[in-house]
Design a protein around this ligand. Structure first.
Ligand SMILES: [Zn+2]
Ligand SMILES: [Zn+2]
Length: 412
């Protein structure tokens, strides 16, 4: 994360916080390291994340620790440990931070990546699913992202999932020879994952496969219909996607994924869904929950594929020569920062011992709008030179006491 890209990180982080706080969500920060069991129990042994991608190691006391590969399982662990159910029947939580997976690094796929995510814990209501999807939609719109797509599906409750897994196994039984190696091994371990294989051969076999959402029990079918109906009423576009299953075992019911053409077909920029059994399975109450996570790196790739301009904060550069002028320059900078109330205003001072000429070059490079020049002569007269870098306003000598006001007049 290099300084030239910092503005876009800040744009995402502050935009996300704005939406979360305005919707009554509270931030939760969990540790980077967790007991490995938090993930093996929560995410599932047979998933790619647990079987191949976690950074897991023994510490000096031979305890198995894992660097969190995702945010939900640690939040549920903390939710139970700190009895958050006693604080409120429904918790609305959000997080922004790094996750770690040992994948082969490529565009949009890093071993340390960053997620913005939210969880609603304590309800089975479809309106919680709707709020999550509505929030994702609002957030991507606030970031300025265009042409993203929301894919939607329902896996049903655990019983529906098990029944569907049998049906899918039946369907694939005499077709295994045409599947890729991964999928052949998934038939017994985690057959639902065959559905989202990106291999073309597997894809063509799956076109005739049964759809998971066609196999829902009465309650799950009704839940899914309510989600779709109300999203339509809210004007939130989505595409029902029969093969959308997600790579984590804990998902049940509604699942969704957000894609953008700039990332390619392999990866989503965000995803989420219901996990109604996870809290109970990890030792807590029998309560429903729904959540999602957005990949910051992938959203940034998508945003940069559009025309997006950095926020244009104004800059003032104070160029000084000699110790006394330098000290005066620092006082002046403090004074301008205090008195000129302008969002994004940066006042830069010279902290090197370079010539005025090289300071002017630095000022130019920094993109300064105004340069204030103060050498020993100016200081003696209690004045400084104010220079407009665009050249539109003539250069002027201004009394040091009046500098902040002059800057305000020129910039605001
Ligand atoms: Zn069901
Ligand atoms: Zn396959």
């Amino acid at each position: 994360m290099l300084p030239q890209d910092a503005w876009i990180w800040h744009k995402l982080e502050s935009g996300a916080r704005e939406i979360f706080e305005a919707s009554g969500y509270s931030e939760i920060r969990t540790p980077i390291l967790e007991d490995t069991a938090v993930f093996t129990r929560g995410i599932g042994q047979a998933t790619d994340i647990v079987s191949k991608e976690m950074f897991t190691f023994l510490d000096r006391k031979e305890r198995s620790l894992t660097m969190r590969p995702e945010g939900t399982a640690p939040i549920v662990r903390a939710y139970i440990e700190h009895a958050l159910l006693n604080v409120a029947p429904i918790s609305k939580l959000y997080y922004i931070g790094p996750m770690f997976r040992a994948e082969r690094p490529q565009k949009g796929r890093l071993r340390q990546f960053h997620q913005i995510g939210a969880e609603i814990i304590g309800t089975n209501s479809p309106f919680a699913d709707i709020e999550s999807i509505m929030q994702v939609h609002a957030m991507l719109a606030l970031f300025g992202l265009k042409d993203f797509r929301i894919k939607l599906n329902s896996l049903g409750c655990r019983a529906d999932k098990a029944e569907f897994a049998d049906k899918l196994k039946d369907y694939l039984k005499d077709k295994a020879a045409g599947l890729c190696d991964d999928c052949r091994s998934r038939i017994d371990k985690n057959v639902l994952r065959v559905l989202d294989c990106k291999n073309e051969g597997c894809g063509s076999i799956l076109t005739g496969a049964p759809g998971v959402a066609d196999n829902l029990c009465g309650a799950c079918g009704e839940h899914y219909e309510k989600v779709k109906l109300n999203l339509r009423s809210l004007g939130i576009g989505f595409e029902e996607t029969k093969n959308l299953v997600r790579g984590l075992d804990y998902y049940t019911g509604t699942v969704f994924e957000i894609t953008h053409a700039s990332i390619g077909a392999q990866d989503a920029i965000g995803a989420g869904g219901r996990y109604d059994n996870l809290v109970k399975e990890m030792g807590g109450a029998d309560i429903g929950a729904v959540g999602y996570a957005l990949g910051m790196e992938r959203i940034i790739i998508s945003l940069l594929s559009q025309d997006i301009a950095p926020g244009a904060g104004k800059k003032v550069f104070i160029a000084t020569l000699g110790d006394e002028a330098k000290l005066e320059g620092m006082k002046m900078a403090r004074n301008i920062r205090d008195k000129v109330d302008m969002e994004g205003l940066a006042v830069l001072t010279d902290v090197g011992e370079t010539s005025l000429k090289s300071q002017m070059r630095s000022a130019d490079k920094s993109g300064a709008d105004i340069v204030i020049i103060m050498g020993e002569d100016e200081l003696k007269q209690g004045k400084a030179i104010v220079k407009d870098m665009s050249g539109k306003v003539p250069q002027a000598e201004v009394s040091i006491d009046a500098i902040a006001e002059e800057v305000r007049k020129r910039l605001c």
